[in-house]
Design a protein around this ligand. Structure first.
Ligand code: SAM
Length: 416
């Protein structure tokens, strides 16, 4: 079948049409004519796979990665970075148009298009490392990821060698994450393993790296038990001149350069205010905000991340609260007058109760930082009668992928 790609979907796939029905064709670009085969059909749309490119976009480039055609990680390795930027702005524009925003979208590029990730999760199958294929749970072995930083890449090679030599029975995935001291490696087992020491026998193979075992469904959960299996030590991260005691399981921004730009953007805009930093993670931004603001509350429900934040906060104008934003925010608003709130939730976005508190608390300014524009637009739609979008900026935290970090500044509409 042949189709002409006329648009780009929010997931970064080319959009074509066959006999009036929309077909999404990943890894194609607007303007291209392509020959495809259908891989999935639903009532409202189809999904296609490129067989042949009949006419190429001038922006098409050769992918640097041999896994691009199959891997679920990257979406834009087939075009140059300038064009990726254009596509991302176009995608966000059409998403935000759904909540009535027609204004300008600014774009903060990443300094690196490749080798920017300071943390990567790899799947383990037998003695192999890899990722999932696009939109599936099918494993794809990989021998290199172009998005991983050099340090992660080096550790990845050691993990691969280790698995080939000794294996790691029961491990489902492995996280490799940079810290000040060294790179830490954490194997995740979805079951509790009583005598895990047996599995730790050959870990001296990892030399200077620290190795952890985590037992649980997801690393970031407080329910997951984490043990130092080899060379475990207190880990620190230094970011924007601040050194914090950190942990393998706590959330961190994965692209340092872009994260710094994002934090600067927030800091510039909230000077002198009483601020709530909701979904505050390890508290770095809370700490930086305390230098610029009258008072700052950090709210974070993961205990280890909250503990890191507590370790950092030594000024008198900071209060870190461990708990759910939906429960803690109304308590703050009942006793304090807040002039701005920073929201940086996980992919699911904010609970309705959080948005309702913002509305009833009449907070003048909302900074919504989001890595998922579906939940972002849903939440903005909820706030829409009371807040208008003042400015929007994409922080390109995840080059080569259709994911993007978006910061929206919302201002309370004047009361009628
Ligand atoms: C995207 S991260 C942002 C972290 C932080 N703002 C930063 O820049 O590092 C989201 C954080 O929100 C936390 N979180 C998710 N849902 C939450 C909730 N309902 N209440 C409190 N914290 C939550 C997660 O544990 C995670 O640390």
């Amino acid at each position: 079948m042949e189709t002409k790609i006329f648009d780009i979907s929010y997931e970064g796939a080319g959009v074509g049409q066959i006999d009036g029905k929309i077909v999404f064709v990943p890894k194609t670009l607007p303007g291209e004519e392509v020959e495809i085969c259908l891989t999935k059909q639903t009532n409202s749309f189809d999904i296609g796979k490129v067989e042949k490119i009949l006419s190429e976009s001038p922006h098409r480039t050769e992918s640097v990665c041999p896994y691009f055609a199959e891997c679920g990680g990257c979406d834009f390795l087939h075009c140059d970075y300038e064009y990726e930027k254009e596509l991302k702005i176009k995608i966000l524009k059409s998403e935000l148009a759904k909540v009535g925003f027609q204004g300008k979208i600014e774009f903060q590029p990443s300094d690196k298009r490749f080798s920017y990730r300071n943390k990567v999760k790899f799947e383990i199958r037998g003695n192999k490392l890899g990722f999932f294929k696009a939109k599936s749970n099918e494993f794809l072995e990989i021998k290199k990821c172009f998005l991983a930083s050099e340090k992660i890449e080096n550790a990845f090679k050691v993990v691969r060698e280790f698995l080939q030599k000794f294996g790691m029975k029961g491990a489902k995935s492995v996280y490799i994450k940079e810290f000040d001291e060294n790179v830490a490696i954490c194997f995740l087992f979805d079951k509790n393993i009583k005598n895990w020491q047996k599995l730790a026998q050959n870990l001296s193979f990892f030399g200077n790296f620290s190795v952890f075992f985590a037992f649980g469904k997801i690393l970031e959960s407080d329910k997951t038990q984490i043990v130092g299996a080899y060379n475990s030590q207190i880990l620190h991260t230094t970011f924007m001149g601040v050194t914090a005691k950190s942990s393998i399981s706590a959330f961190n921004q994965i692209n340092d350069f872009v994260a710094e730009k994002l934090y600067d953007f927030v800091l510039e805009n909230v000077k002198g205010k009483r601020v709530v930093n909701a979904y505050s993670g390890q508290g770095l931004l809370t700490f930086l905000l305390s230098k610029e603001c009258k008072f700052v509350y950090g709210i974070e429900y993961q205990k280890s991340a909250h503990d890191s934040a507590e370790n950092l906060a030594n000024a008198g104008n900071v209060k870190n609260i461990c708990g759910k934003v939906e429960e803690k925010l109304p308590q703050i608003l009942s006793t304090d007058e807040i002039s701005a709130i920073v929201l940086d939730p996980a992919r699911e976005g904010c609970d309705k109760a959080v948005l309702q508190s913002i509305i009833s608390g009449k907070i003048p300014q909302v900074f919504y930082v989001s890595c998922n524009f579906s939940s972002l637009t849903r939440d903005i739609a909820f706030l829409r009668d009371f807040y208008e979008i003042e400015s929007v900026k994409i922080f390109d935290m995840f080059p080569c992928t259709a994911n993007m970090e978006t910061a929206c500044i919302l201002r309370r509409k004047s009361e009628i």
